[in-house]
Design a binder for this molecule. Structure first.
Ligand SMILES: Cc1cc2nc3c(=O)[nH]c(=O)nc-3n(C[C@H](O)[C@H](O)[C@H](O)COP(=O)(O)OP(=O)(O)OC[C@H]3O[C@@H](n4cnc5c(N)ncnc54)[C@H](O)[C@@H]3O)c2cc1C
Length: 256
């Protein structure tokens, strides 16, 4: 049976573009999750709870919960969620679920987190969790969006890592790589193409994927996940789950 939803106050809201914003809420005392997981959150709209899956973008040790959201103009939830402000009530149910976590991955040397769009949210959590850097020598975050302005949240996170109370000392283990598909930018193109051509690896000056020591986490559209899955499995990567650890894991960023 689904646990009843708690109501928590919004603490802060920041809009990045007309389609993207982040917000922070107080964490319910009994809310448990592992960095990388998602939960159901929502609003009471015309006396009906409208709930949607959202990845927690804050790490599991944080007293507040952070979320990073799309605005779908006619979306039942986000057409209203876009107007939230501090002190407004947010509904949050149960606890964290999903296998985009360290627990589903075998030990490895390099961790690659591959995100498109709001798919960066679970990695915003994982990159701010010290366990990530204790388990991996090198951590890579790639983020691909249509336009450069949509990269702002990720860039801000990476820049702030040095000042992070728990992860600041590990900031030099994280390498960030961004690409844009619909306008001029330093790195252009879909991450699938940039990985297959070897461009990402040569741009970063690192060795290509190696299923022995590399672990990969993916969060994007269904199509992206499927394409990346093909690329990885052709190279010997095996999908992990909480029951059976593997060399890669994935989560859908939304239901398209
Ligand atoms: C496991 C999981 C985790 C998720 N985590 C997040 C998250 O951290 N942040 C977030 O913004 N959304 C996330 N979503 C999507 C979220 O659940 C909602 O779909 C989204 O908030 C829009 O809600 P809505 O009611 O306004 O529109 P909906 O009716 O839910 O969606 C309408 C349409 O908008 C498109 N859409 C929905 N969400 C997105 C998105 N994030 N990016 C691009 N297109 C989208 C899809 O085509 C969808 O069919 C997640 C979904 C899943 C399954």
């Amino acid at each position: 049976m689904a646990a009843p939803a708690s109501t928590v106050p919004v603490v802060s809201v920041h809009h990045y573009t007309d389609r993207l914003f982040k917000f922070r809420v107080k964490r319910p005392k009994n809310f448990r999750f592992e960095s990388g997981q998602f939960a159901m959150i929502g609003l009471n709209i015309e006396d009906e709870p409208i709930m949607r899956a959202y990845s927690m973008a804050s790490p599991s040790w944080d007293d507040e919960l952070e979320f990073y959201s799309i605005i779908v103009p006619d979306g039942p939830l986000t057409s209203q969620l876009r107007y939230i402000k501090p002190e407004d009530p947010l509904l949050i149910s149960g606890r964290g679920v999903g296998s985009l976590t360290m627990k589903a991955l075998k030990p490895g040397k390099r961790l690659f987190m591959l995100a498109t769009g709001t798919g960066i949210a679970p990695f915003a959590s994982i990159m701010r969790d010290p366990e990530t850097y204790e388990r991996f020598d090198e951590v890579y975050l790639t983020h691909t969006c249509r336009e450069a302005a949509e990269l702002s949240y990720g860039k801000e996170l990476v820049a702030a890592l040095r000042e992070d109370p728990l992860c600041g000392e590990f900031a030099n283990k994280l390498t960030y790589y961004s690409s844009v598909t619909r306008e001029e930018y330093e790195h252009m193109g879909r991450i699938t193409d940039l990985l297959e051509s070897g461009q990402v690896f040569s741009d970063l000056g690192i060795a290509p994927f190696d299923a022995e020591g590399d672990r990969v986490m993916i969060c994007g559209s269904m199509e992206l996940n499927r394409d990346l899955q093909k690329i990885l499995e052709a190279q010997g990567f095996v999908e992990g789950s909480r029951r059976q650890k593997g060399s890669y894991v994935l989560e859908r960023a939304f239901v398209g």
